[in-house]
Design a protein around this ligand. Structure first.
Ligand code: GLN
Length: 572
């Protein structure tokens, strides 16, 4: 179908004021994206009724008038005061410290050093803080003001006889996870001076285990992007070639681990944001089953897709962080109980390869070659490779670019200048909404707000959102069928190695295609891991590539087993 876009009406519904140039540009982008995603209409036919109910964006109703002016006073009275403080800087006392080789140290190595007394939590924290000070990748947005206090507390716990694999281990945190009292901005100007009013469940669990949080890492605004170029603050560089992007949206976390600024980091993955930057930076990135890890205290992007996941130097470290953070949480109703899904029976043996999907045009020949080598390594490790038919995977991206923006437009309705962060000074409530959102959100966020508003709007809801949710059901059924035949599915993580900074900025669809191999796991709610699989040389630089393994819901153990076997074979 041809999309009929009334950009003025759409921007009103989405509550964002647009200047004429932006409006014209977004109109063109949205038309292109809508024609790309229209293919879901062909696959939706096989599905029954959608499982999910209609989304409702409380900020807008196509048929109702705007919020009455009379509410303004009451709303503003409830609004929290804006904190004036800026970012926290690394304490100068740390300059000049000798930097140990933190580049490749795994959590397990640090644990050994802590247990033997060779290092303390404080000495480790100092080394990583010094590395952050000397860093040129711009991975961090800020270092927390109490790192050494956290480390001292961990040392005191150890002195008191406590032990544990994470006691005294430093970690980096993506800038969309809340720690009570600390700045958190989701890479957005709209939350520039915002401080978290409570602590995320994942952070609580890791703090209980004795982890030391170093600081918050750069990200694409509200986790929308594949390059970290959409951050409102800075562009993070790939440590393997600083003229290239680290991937995104957890690019700061991936680059921080790869550059040795933290032994491990937390990221969030809505369509690939942990795995894709992990692949670009040569580290392990893991996205658990939907609902395995609590998202209480994670700034929401797409609620039916978001999962928190670790970025590490080894599969074993990813497993450690996953087992520490997983579990049902009364504060997140999407987390599931231990016995919800079956567990894998026996050791994994069979790995499915959706060859037709991988052979597609647009996949870099170096990626195809590396993938073939990876498959040979899996065979050498004793796995049986089986061809599987999963053509519907190529439609996952189209489903994603309907479902995700719909959820984004709903989740981001809360940034209205009243309850959070930035607030413009306007006389009436509606103008304050649209100006706050105009000034506070960057172009990528605006694009998705408009797209999401469009696919949920009265006239197009059935054709787009409802159809995509039906198509999602077809994909879920296809995964179930495949996982009755094989233990895991192998694909490359990305269609190409890291691209140049600025290379894909002009055409949003070019950027979206980066997620072709990763979004399927989010749409299907299944776990997936990216493991470094070697490099390809481009312009004299060795750029990392990754192997992605996906398994059935709750079968993360399968991924850790295969991942470790692959790692061992790869390092042989
Ligand atoms: N790159 C994808 C996007 O732009 C995925 C983002 C994510 O996983 N948070 O939406």
């Amino acid at each position: 179908m041809t999309a009929n876009i009334d950009i003025k009406k759409l921007s009103e519904l989405a509550r964002v004021d647009l200047d004429e140039t932006t409006a014209a540009e977004l109109e063109g982008n949205i038309a292109d994206i809508l024609s790309y995603v229209a293919s879901v209409q062909e696959v939706a036919g096989a599905a029954g009724e959608p499982q999910a109910g209609a989304l409702r964006n409380v900020m807008r109703e196509d048929t109702e008038p705007h919020a009455p002016e009379a509410y303004r006073e009451a709303l503003l009275r409830e609004a929290p005061a804006v904190d004036e403080d800026g970012f926290i800087v690394v304490p100068p006392i740390l300059n000049g410290l000798k930097i140990m080789d933190t580049k490749t140290a795994k959590i397990k190595d640090l644990q050994t050093a802590l247990e033997s007394g060779e290092e303390t939590a404080v000495s480790l924290a100092e080394k990583y803080l010094a590395a952050i000070t000397a860093d040129t990748t711009e991975s961090f947005l800020g270092v927390y003001d109490d790192v050494l206090e956290q480390a001292k507390a961990a040392d005191a716990r150890r002195a008191g006889g406590e032990t544990g694999p994470l006691l005294g281990i430093p970690l980096a945190v993506k800038d969309n996870m809340l720690i009570d009292g600390k700045p958190v901005s989701a890479g957005s100007k709209i939350l520039e001076d915002y401080r978290a009013p409570y602590t995320a469940t994942v952070i609580k669990k890791l703090a209980d285990a004795g982890a030391v949080f170093l600081g918050r890492t750069n990200m694409d605004e509200f986790a929308m992007g594949s390059s970290t170029e959409h951050s409102a603050y800075q562009v993070t560089k790939n440590p393997h070639d600083e003229t290239r992007v680290p991937g995104g949206s957890s690019g700061g976390s991936a680059a921080a681990v790869a550059a040795g600024l933290a032994p491990a980091a937390l990221g969030s993955d809505t369509g690939g944001s942990v795995r894709q930057p992990a692949s670009f930076c040569g580290v392990v990135g893991f996205k658990p089953t939907y609902g395995a890890i609590s998202r209480h205290g994670l700034i929401a992007m797409g609620s039916s897709l978001d999962q928190i996941g670790p970025l590490t130097h080894s599969v074993a470290d990813a497993e450690l962080l996953f087992s520490t953070t997983r579990g049902q949480d009364p504060l997140d109703s999407t987390t599931y109980a231990e016995n919800t899904y079956s567990k894998p029976i026996g050791a994994p043996k069979r790995i499915g390869v959706p060859r037709a999907f991988i052979a597609a045009d647009g996949v870099d020949p170096a990626v195809k070659e590396n993938f073939t080598t990876s498959l040979a390594k899996l065979e050498a490790a004793g796995y049986e490779l089986v061809d599987v038919e999963l053509d519907i995977l190529s439609e996952a991206l189209a489903m994603y670019y309907i479902i995700m923006p719909a959820e984004v437009s709903s989740n981001l309705a809360r940034y209205d200048g009243v309850s959070y962060g930035l607030r413009t000074d306007d006389a009436d409530l509606f103008t304050q909404y649209v100006h706050t959102r105009r000034d506070g959100f960057g172009p990528e966020v605006k694009r998705r707000l408009l797209l999401g508003t469009y696919v949920l709007s009265a006239g197009y809801y059935d054709a787009y959102y409802r159809t995509a949710v039906r198509a999602r059901r077809v994909l879920e059924d296809a995964f179930s069928k495949v996982f009755s035949e094989v233990d895991a599915i192998a694909t490359p993580t990305t269609p190409a190695p890291a691209f140049k900074i600025g290379e894909k900025s002009a055409d949003p669809l070019e950027m979206y295609i980066q997620d072709i191999f990763t979004v399927g796991a989010n749409i299907g709610g299944i776990p997936a891991i990216s493991v470094p699989s070697g490099t390809t040389e481009v312009d004299g630089k060795k750029l990392p590539l990754g192997l992605q393994l996906a398994a059935d819901k709750n079968h993360e153990a399968t991924l850790f087993t295969i991942g470790k076997d692959f790692e061992a074979e790869h390092l042989r």
